[in-house]
Write a protein that binds this ligand. Structure first.
Ligand SMILES: NC(=O)c1ccc[n+]([C@@H]2O[C@H](COP(=O)([O-])OP(=O)(O)OC[C@H]3O[C@@H](n4cnc5c(N)ncnc54)[C@H](OP(=O)(O)O)[C@@H]3O)[C@@H](O)[C@H]2O)c1
Length: 342
């Protein structure tokens, strides 16, 4: 695997800088006090942000439930009484994960690089339930991924972004049928720290201009945020919200493909400064459940609070979100079964 060590160190340093104990003290990022600000921070856990909450009668779907942040997210939502659909790349993986937690869970297969699988997963949810209160698009692959094309498109973009778009658009009727449904897109601060200049390099989605895994990851995570923004414009926020989150720098399996010296540091030494999964799941669980955020849509959260970004970024770039949406329709629009909101 070819890894650019300088980029890794830059990205790690940036991650550490923005993952402060106080919450968001890095001057690159600050709490957006125009939106409701809660009592939680970088040290809060998913259990803490849902303390005393009763989610019984509510349904949730978490992608990537068999590992890392997704597993903890499913565990806590189910513990609070929600019926959680947990997806794994195979039904067996999802089944094992669901069996490992208490509460009501339903395992489903979802392979994000296979758009038919995304459609089938949404159909399976519809067979079980008339509505979906919470959708958390959590699964993903990291920047330690070799260049690969899937149906002619770069793999990280396909898995982290396009597959989740197909799933989300096919689940949208169910989320809209819920009373104040919430969609939470698990992005990353790499969406503004390591995306290509200009945001999305549309002329390089097939690797035409070369491959930098950090940029590819940043591009996919920026795309998650821009999709969240676009959906927030399509949906009535009083009924359905769409927000993006960064979970923090979290100890999980995302660095499993990292090898050599970089892999050694990422998966050992760096663990000393990472959040554990209970903290890593807190932001997405908070955004998915807290009543303070009723009607809040199109926002971006870090360390359990909405933030604005004070460095060059495209996270709230409406024109780019529109362009991405048009290109996305061209790539995967044929897989949307329901009506697209205007
Ligand atoms: N950890 C961090 O520091 C960090 C920082 C910022 C953002 N995030 C984001 O947090 C999310 C969760 O990551 P994590 O850290 O918990 O990593 P993880 O432990 O590696 O979990 C990733 C999950 O995604 C699933 N997945 C991977 N490829 C998939 C595919 N093609 N189709 C369906 N599912 C697939 C994995 O399934 P398998 O186990 O079967 O591969 C696994 O369940 C990701 O979106 C990641 O980008 C993480």
């Amino acid at each position: 695997m070819v890894l650019n060590r300088r980029r890794f160190i830059q990205a790690s340093a940036a991650t550490v800088a923005a993952t402060s104990v106080a919450g968001c003290s890095s001057s690159d990022v600050e709490i957006d006090s125009r939106l409701p600000v809660g009592p939680y921070n970088a040290l809060s856990t998913a259990e803490e942000v849902t303390q005393g909450m009763d989610l019984s009668g509510r349904t949730a779907l978490v992608t990537g439930c068999n590992s890392g942040i997704g597993h903890e997210t499913m565990r806590v939502l189910a513990m609070r009484g929600a019926h959680v659909f947990g997806t794994g790349r195979t039904l067996e993986k999802a089944r094992q994960a669901c069996n490992s937690v208490s509460g009501r869970t339903t395992p489903l297969a979802l392979e994000l690089s296979d758009f038919d699988s995304c459609v089938d997963c949404a159909r399976a949810v519809a067979a079980h339930s008339d509505s979906l209160d919470i959708l958390i698009t959590n699964a993903g692959i990291g920047s330690f991924t070799d260049f690969e094309l899937i149906n002619g498109i770069e793999k990280i973009f396909v898995v982290n972004y396009l597959g989740h778009v197909v799933l989300t658009m096919n689940l949208l009727p169910l989320v809209r049928a819920a009373d104040r449904g919430r969609i939470v897109h698990v992005g990353s601060q790499m969406g503004y720290r390591s995306a290509p200049e200009g945001g999305i390099d549309f002329d390089n989605l097939r690797g035409e201009a070369g491959y930098d895994a950090f940029e590819a990851y940043g591009r996919s995570k920026l795309a998650n945020a821009l999709f969240s923004l676009k959906l927030s414009q399509m949906l009535d926020p009083a009924r359905t919200t769409s927000n993006a989150v960064h979970p923090g720098f979290v100890e999980s399996n995302i660095g499993r493909n990292a090898d050599g010296i970089v892999g050694f540091f990422y998966n050992t030494v760096a663990n000393l400064i990472k959040k554990d999964v209970s903290e890593g799941a807190a932001t997405q669980v908070y955004v998915a459940t807290n009543p303070l955020l009723d009607g809040v849509s199109g926002a971006y959260f870090e360390n359990c609070n909405p933030v604005k970004i004070n460095i060059d970024n495209h996270m709230f770039d409406v024109a780019l979100a529109d362009r991405l949406w048009r290109e996305t329709l061209g790539m995967v629009g044929g897989y949307f079964e329901g009506k697209i909101p205007a």
